[in-house]
Design a protein around this ligand. Structure first.
Ligand SMILES: O=C(O)CCC(=O)C(=O)O
Length: 270
C-alpha cells in the first residue's frame, strides 16, 4: 500500500492540478452509518425540483449532522485551511444520491464561477483561489457508478462551459478529462473553478455523496441568503437564478462539536 501523500504534496496537487483526493476522512468502519443517515435524511426531505434520477437536499446540516465531526478530520481541514486561510467557512452542505441510470451531467464550474448564477464572478475571471467544492464519497466512487468527471488544470482557465462565450460545449467530453475515483470515506477536494460533471451511473446501485463547499472569510455569501436584499438585487440585475442556502438553526449549531461550530457560525438563523 503506497504511503499517504503529505499535506505539502496535496497542497501542490491542489494548486497545480486543481484537485486532490484525501483518503479515510471518514474511517472505513464509520462510513456505513454516515451514508445511511445522509441517505435517510435526503429521502425524507428530498427537494421536489431535484433533477430526475438524483435525490438532492440542500441545507443538509439542518436535517442531518452525522457527518459534522468529520469536517474537522485533520488530514482534510488542515489542507482546506492551508489553501483558503485559517478562518474558512462552510458555504453549502448538500446531499446527492445518484441513482442507477443517472446520465452524465454537463461540464461546469461551481458558484461563484458558474456563469448561470446571479452571483457570479464574470468570465474572464482572475486566477484567484476563492472557493472549494469538496465531494464526499459515502459510496465508493468508480468509473462505473459515475465518479466525478474532472478536467485537471482547468481551474487556471478564465472561463468554463457555463458561459455562453466558452468555446467548449458543456455536453462534449473534454479530451483530457478523467474520473476522480476513491473508496468510501474519501473526499475529492477541488477548486470550484475546476471544470467538472457527474459521471453516468451504469451500475445497479445508488452513488451516495455530499457536496460541502468552503469559502475564505472574505468571500461574500449574502447572495445565497434567502430573502436578503443583496440576493434580490443580484437576481434583478442579472435576470439569473441563484442557489438558496437556508440558515443553520441555532439549536443545530449549538449541538455541533465545538471544533465544528466556527465553520457554521456565520450562517446561523437570526
Ligand atoms: O455528482 C457529481 O459527481 C458532481 C456534482 C456536481 O457537479 C456539483 O455538485 O457541482
Amino acid at each position: 500500500m503506497p504511503s499517504e501523500p503529505t499535506l505539502e504534496e496535496q497542497l501542490l496537487h491542489l494548486q497545480l492540478d486543481g484537485w486532490c483526493v484525501v483518503r479515510n476522512v471518514i474511517p472505513e468502519k464509520e462510513v456505513p452509518a454516515v451514508r445511511e443517515s445522509v441517505a435517510a435524511a435526503t429521502l425524507r426531505h428530498r427537494r421536489p425540483d431535484a433533477p430526475a434520477n438524483i435525490g438532492h437536499r440542500t441545507g443538509l446540516i439542518n436535517y442531518d449532522q452525522s457527518f459534522a465531526p468529520y469536517l474537522v478530520t485533520p488530514a482534510f481541514i488542515d489542507l482546506v485551511r492551508a489553501a483558503l486561510g485559517p478562518n474558512v467557512r462552510v458555504s453549502f452542505t448538500s446531499a446527492m444520491i445518484n441513482y442507477p441510470g443517472n446520465v452524465r451531467g454537463g461540464l461546469h464550474a461551481d458558484w461563484p464561477f458558474n456563469q448561470r448564477n446571479a452571483g457570479h464572478i464574470p468570465a474572464p475571471y482572475p486566477d484567484v483561489v476563492a472557493h472549494f467544492t469538496t465531494l464526499w464519497m459515502l459510496s465508493p466512487f468508480s468509473v462505473e457508478n459515475g465518479a466525478t468527471i474532472i478536467v485537471p488544470g482547468s481551474h487556471r482557465m478564465e472561463t468554463n462551459p457555463s458561459a455562453g462565450s466558452c468555446s467548449h460545449d458543456e455536453d462534449a467530453p473534454y479530451p483530457t478529462e478523467i474520473q476522480a475515483t476513491g473508496d468510501a470515506g474519501s473526499v475529492l477536494i477541488m477548486d470550484s473553478r475546476m471544470w467538472h460533471a457527474a459521471g453516468a451511473n451504469r451500475t445497479e446501485s445508488a452513488r451516495v455523496a455530499m457536496a460541502i463547499r468552503f469559502a475564505p472569510w472574505w468571500l461574500n455569501l449574502n447572495g445565497l441568503r434567502p430573502g436578503s436584499g443583496e440576493r434580490a438585487r443580484q437576481m434583478e440585475a442579472t435576470g439569473l437564478k441563484e442557489n438558496e442556502v437556508e440558515p443553520v438553526k441555532p439549536e443545530v449549531l449549538a449541538a455541533l462539536p465545538a471544533a465544528v461550530q466556527p465553520l457554521f457560525e456565520h450562517w446561523v438563523e437570526a
